[in-house]
Design a protein. Structure first.
Lengths: 270, 345
């Protein structure tokens, strides 16, 4: 079976010291993503793990072409993503959606939840009638565990976990094949995060989704992922099935990350 | 160990549009000298408000009931700028009135006896002031007459203590030059420069990478040992609590619902909420996570009985009558749950 996503030698550089207060960069650039290659099979969950600044967020955005890579190739569902025209890209985009980390920043505070979740439909399925749109939105909101009354309310009326569910509903409404999630539970409390993780797992089975998610939390990765890639300064230092990477890591850096995780003591069995 | 801070039935009330709420509700807690208490809770549990009460940093309009006793005993060491006569100091609050200390009195305590570090070092550090100047400011706030040379010495000592590499260089840098971990160290240096006895750390490592978190936790360990520093560590992460704390107190809707030695509480939790947190926490071993159904209650809408009962699988009629008292299990572990006495738990 062909992979759903194939990434070959993708690279992205940024000028050093970018920004208004930057010192003269001298044309120096640094590589945020420095030649990354990997494949993801349909139905898998790939976790990209790494510390701040390793390039994981830049990489995730490139997969959806929210940022243009400098070089490399991305093949998604058989299509060369980087060669697509704007029109074709737009139709391809509906197959891949993103869930963001910050449930407070990722929803337009001035839009009602119903409109937020309906927006992708307005863009990609503009021939739907208002009634049909409403039905689709209501259905997906119910599926993520929100009451239909959410349709008429604003994001600030919801808790962090509920807002994350809204973001998930928005990502799912087009029935994508791939969802890229950037730290989906790191801003949430433990019990709320557990609910969202459970929801993501259920949805994956039900909708036949493939996930790529970014996380700095190895325990969350252990819970959700089928495969793990460990990223450091723009490159993958390790990549494999979750069991292998977490239990028999080959890279010293992976071992260092694992050793740093503070463990909850387990009751000794009598 | 001597008790350093004793919190007795502390209640903090805040006025809201919907009436008075109690983000801290009859909380009693003891922090030993040099000891480490982990305060665990999720958003809305009241843990930060409790910390702010200990620092006299409650929002204006807050009403405080109960007592906070700060007992300080010199252990024979000379402390620069301090008289040895400070054997015992009490912060006593009148009933239901703002803490009875004046602003002036709080200044003698806040930062000097009890210091605090926060989650986001960037918001605690002045972005337009060099690191060295900020730490010096913290020292001068309590020892305004310190001569320049000694000030510089104290500055460098504080930075070395917080394991800030190249202190002379760092002192001249601005916060934005530093990584998250270094900023947190700078905060620790600032907090410890006046040599307080208790450090309150409110989620100090939540925003940090896991390897940096380990360094900061190791640092706090070392400081406890070297300085006899007591620690009140606030977190929602049970793994971090296990790493840092001798004792754990679990908060829910403003009350402590379980308390005891860390190992005991985390391996043998007696309150269903604590059990729920453990069952919902991911670990490196994949296992079936059980989320806690429902959501944390709004403080305005607390039930008359146990605040956790609506979400509790073991709920019975008795739970809704009144808020359960603490029931002791053994060896210093106690929880507010009616089921304990009956030997069911």
């Amino acid at each position: 079976m062909a992979h759903l996503l194939e990434v070959e030698n993708i690279r992205k550089t940024f000028p050093r010291g970018a920004g208004v207060f930057a010192q003269d960069a001298n044309g120096e650039r640094f590589a945020a993503v420095d030649g990354v290659s990997f494949q993801v099979s349909a139905g898998a969950t790939l976790a990209i793990v790494g510390e701040s600044g390793c390039g994981k967020t830049t990489l995730a955005r490139m997969l959806l072409r929210l940022i243009e890579p400098d070089s490399g190739k991305i093949t998604f569902d058989g299509q060369d993503l980087l060669q697509l025209s704007r029109e074709t890209l737009r139709t391809e985009r509906r197959k891949m959606q993103m869930i963001f980390q910050d449930p407070f920043a990722s929803l337009n505070a001035r839009m009602k939840v119903g409109d937020i979740v309906a927006e992708p439909l307005a863009i990609h399925e503009s021939r739907l009638s208002g009634v049909q749109r409403l039905a689709r939105v209501g259905e997906i909101l119910r599926r993520v565990g929100l009451d239909e009354s959410a349709l008429w309310r604003y994001p600030h009326e919801f808790s962090g976990g509920q807002r994350q569910r809204i973001g998930i509903a928005r990502a799912l409404i087009l029935r994508p094949m791939l969802i890229v999630a950037d730290e989906p539970v790191s801003a949430l409390d433990v019990s709320v995060g557990a609910q969202v993780l459970q929801l993501l797992q259920e949805l994956q089975k039900e909708f036949g989704l493939t996930y790529i998610f970014i996380s700095h939390s190895l325990p969350v990765v252990a819970q959700l992922a089928t495969h793990v890639a460990v990223m450091r300064t723009g490159q993958f230092v390790e990549n494999g099935p979750v069991e292998s990477v977490l239990r028999r890591p080959e890279s010293g850096y992976t071992r260092e990350l694992l050793a740093a995780v503070p463990e909850i003591p387990q009751a000794r069995r009598v | 160990m001597d008790t350093l801070v004793e919190i007795r039935s502390l209640t903090v009330e805040l006025p809201t549009a919907a009436g008075w709420v109690k983000p801290v509700n009859e909380v009693s807690l003891r922090i030993e000298s040099g000891g480490s208490v982990g305060l665990v809770g999720e958003s809305g549990s009241g843990k930060t408000m409790l910390a702010l009460a200990l620092m006299g940093l409650l929002p204006p309009g807050a009403r405080v009931g109960g007592e906070i006793l700060l007992l300080s005993r010199e252990n024979g060491k000379e402390k620069t700028g301090r008289t040895k006569a400070e054997a015992q100091r009490t912060l006593r609050s009148a009933e239901r009135v703002l803490v009875g200390l004046t602003a002036e009195e709080w200044r003698g305590v806040r930062g000097r006896e009890i210091a605090m570090i926060f989650q986001e070092p960037m918001t605690s550090l002045n972005p337009v002031m060099r690191i060295g100047a900020q730490i010096e400011e913290a020292i001068l706030a309590h020892e305004p007459d310190l001569p320049g040379e000694q000030l510089r010495e104290r500055l460098l000592a504080a930075m070395k203590q917080a394991a800030l590499s190249e202190p002379e260089v760092r002192a001249g840098q601005y916060p934005h030059h530093l990584s998250g971990g270094l900023r947190q160290r700078a905060m620790i240096a600032m907090a410890l420069a006046p040599q307080p006895k208790l450090l309150i750390a409110d989620e100090p490592t939540t925003a940090l990478d896991v390897t940096v978190q380990k360094q900061i936790l190791d640092l706090l360990d070392r400081l406890r040992r070297e300085l006899g520093l007591a620690l009140l560590f606030i977190t929602h992460d049970l793994g971090v609590v296990a790493r840092v704390a001798d004792r754990v107190a679990v908060m829910y809707a403003g009350r402590i619902v379980e308390e005891g030695p860390m190992q005991q509480v985390l391996t043998g939790p007696k309150h269903p909420y604590t059990q729920g947190l453990l069952a919902a926490s991911p670990t490196l071993e994949k296992r079936a996570l059980t989320p806690i159904p429902g959501t944390v209650p709004q403080l305005m809408e607390l039930p008359p009985g146990c605040a956790f009962a609506p979400r509790c699988a073991l709920r019975r009629a008795e739970c809704d009558v009144k808020v359960p008292e603490f029931r002791h299990v053994d060896a210093g572990q106690a929880a507010r749950c009616v089921l304990i006495e009956e030997g069911v738990r």
